[in-house]
Write a protein that binds this ligand. Structure first.
Ligand code: ADP
Length: 537
């Protein structure tokens, strides 16, 4: 029994490090607000609060056809977007892989590849017989913007999801790379210029007219399809958010024309860099190991707690510590597979699969727990309708006492582990399966709660809520557009995020938040950015 007790103590100590009580959440959201204020006032704050020069959100009546290019996640995408008015659009897209060599080589090679991809897309689509009648590129003359004096170059919106200090809708310097990119001779350069130069080198008749971030894209596209949207947020490879701010609050714009113009402007928070100063988030040794071994130590600190690129790695670090536990291994008979030993060898999608295998048997939850996907408005996932996320897990040490149903759920998890991590079946017990699920849920639960801190801080920043929970009386719905595999697919991520928002700003406001997927947000958002650019000149 004493061995069991000491094993339990190790697990409890880990669990304890991942807990966040409501006071901790409030402190974190409070720090967010403080950082927002500092970032709106100065140009070199880690919370970059980047003015995007996007000065309003669409209402769904916009029309036009645009090219969009999306770089910043796992894939590069080229799309043709037709905005039809009536909140609807059609989109044709092609994905291209960005190799490690391109991510880390010379910037010109990367941007040449972007231009080649656009070229390939145009060639493929121009020659596609199914598109022939309506294809705006086949004739080269049917695009809406053709009258706007751009010499019939095809207007393209670029979704570039890295920190950029924007100086106009079509101009911005790359501040730093994130998410595994590190191409040389790009930081400090105008990203639109780099792309346009590549188009020009290849004599492509395409003009990059707008530069938006994926968060801005999520905001614009959700506004287009669902009406007033106050925040666009990404929970995918990385995490970030953009919201509509009063220009008078963006004090670092000084006496510029944009500031004098007043009104509203979308601000890209770059909240992935929250806590780069390492003062607010309770950091575990598993986080420190990840950070130390990352290509950007001490940077994107918040993102490293939250996003798809990192959650699997934090979990892997926990599992390895249990494999190596002394004096007795606590997991897998002390053995690890090649995958488990490999840096980033445990994909967040595998955690998702493990939690899904558990949830399936419970009959209440599904993968996309209430994140609205279509254009219809509902409040699925608001308070009351989500599954309980904490109370129902059996304690992982007592697998012998589990019900038959729970055992079969653990069997499913066990197969996922054996398959996805190429483990020797003899080394994976049901208890191991329970421990792996426990570790995954600790990491994902913390990520979702911290994500809720960012969302609640935006609600407070925009004056729609107060931290601590006094509600703002008027009846209003709050539309938030989200994108990313984590929020779309990870079981209970949305419910856990909402639970944290509820704790921070109260149920009255939380239940009126409509969190919906910004479908094809990057492509549609870039098109809407391009539309704004062509309108303005
Ligand atoms: P991006 O943000 O690059 O546009 P995604 O939103 O698809 O793309 O996010 C990709 C990230 O999400 C990867 O880090 C991957 O590990 C993770 N991921 C992929 N599928 C899932 C899933 N089903 N559940 C949770 N995370 C996932």
């Amino acid at each position: 029994a004493s061995t069991k007790d000491s094993e339990q103590a190790i697990l409890d100590a880990i669990e304890h490090q991942f807990q966040l009580d409501n006071d901790a959440l409030l402190k974190i959201s409070g720090q967010f607000l403080e950082d927002f204020r500092l970032g709106l006032g100065q140009y070199n704050h880690p919370m970059a609060m980047i003015p995007t020069y996007v000065t309003g959100v669409p209402n769904g009546s916009e029309t036009g056809t645009f090219l969009a290019l999306d770089l910043g996640g796992t894939n590069l995408r080229v799309c043709e977007v037709q905005l039809q008015g009536n909140h609807e659009f059609t989109l044709r897209q092609q994905k291209y892989r960005v190799s490690e060599a391109l991510k880390t080589g010379e910037a010109t090679a990367l941007f040449d590849y972007l231009a080649d991809s656009v070229d390939a897309f145009l060639t493929d689509n121009a020659s596609s017989p199914t598109n022939a009648p309506a294809d705006p590129f086949a004739s080269g003359s049917s695009l809406d913007f053709m009258d706007s004096g751009l010499n019939s170059a095809i207007p393209l919106g670029l979704t570039f999801s890295f920190p950029v200090e924007q100086t106009a809708l079509n101009e911005g310097k790359i501040l730093t790379w994130t998410k595994g990119f590190s191409a040389k001779n790009a930081v400090g350069h105008d990203v639109v210029g780099l792309l346009q130069d590549a188009f020009d080198r290849k004599h492509l008749h395409v003009r990059c007219v707008a530069l938006v971030n994926d968060t801005v894209g999520a905001l614009l596209s959700r506004a287009y399809s669902a009406g007033d949207c106050l925040l666009g947020a990404i929970f995918g490879t990385g995490t970030n958010g953009a919201y509509l701010e009063k220009v008078e609050n963006i004090t670092k714009l000084g006496n510029s024309a944009a500031r004098k113009h007043g009104g509203h402007m979308v601000v890209n928070c770059e909240w992935g860099a929250f806590n780069n100063t390492r003062t607010t988030l309770p950091t575990t040794p598993f986080d420190n190991k990840l950070d130390r071994e990352s290509i950007n130590p001490r940077l994107q600190a918040f993102e490293k707690f939250i996003s798809g690129m990192y959650l699997g790695e934090i979990t892997r670090n926990i599992l390895l510590s249990l494999v190596d536990a002394a004096p007795h291994p606590l997991l897998f008979n002390g053995r690890a597979s090649r995958e488990l030993n490999q840096h980033y060898g445990l994909d967040t999608a595998v955690m998702s699969e493990i939690e899904e295998a558990w949830e399936k048997g419970r009959g209440t939850a599904s993968g996309a727990d209430g994140v609205e996907g279509g254009s219809a408005i509902n409040t699925l996932g608001a308070s009351g309708s989500e599954p309980k996320v904490n109370g129902s897990q059996p304690h992982f040490t007592h697998v012998d006492e589990l019900s038959h149903e729970d055992q079969s759920r653990l069997e499913r998890i066990r197969s996922v582990i054996i398959q996805r991590l190429s483990m020797d079946a003899a080394d994976v017990s049901l208890r191991d399966a329970a421990i792996v699920r426990w570790a995954a849920s600790l990491v994902a639960n913390r990520a979702a709660k911290l994500s809720g801190c960012a969302v609640a801080a935006i609600m407070a920043q925009t004056g729609f809520a107060k931290l601590g929970g006094q509600h703002v009386p008027e009846e209003q719905r709050f539309v938030i557009g989200v994108d990313g595999s984590l929020i779309e697919h990870y079981p209970n991520f949305n419910a856990r995020l909402r639970e944290s928002v509820r704790a921070l700003i109260g149920e009255e406001v939380e239940k009126r938040i409509e969190l919906g997927m910004a479908k094809d947000g990057s492509g549609v958002g870039a098109a809407l950015g391009a539309l704004q650019a062509t309108k303005h000149g």
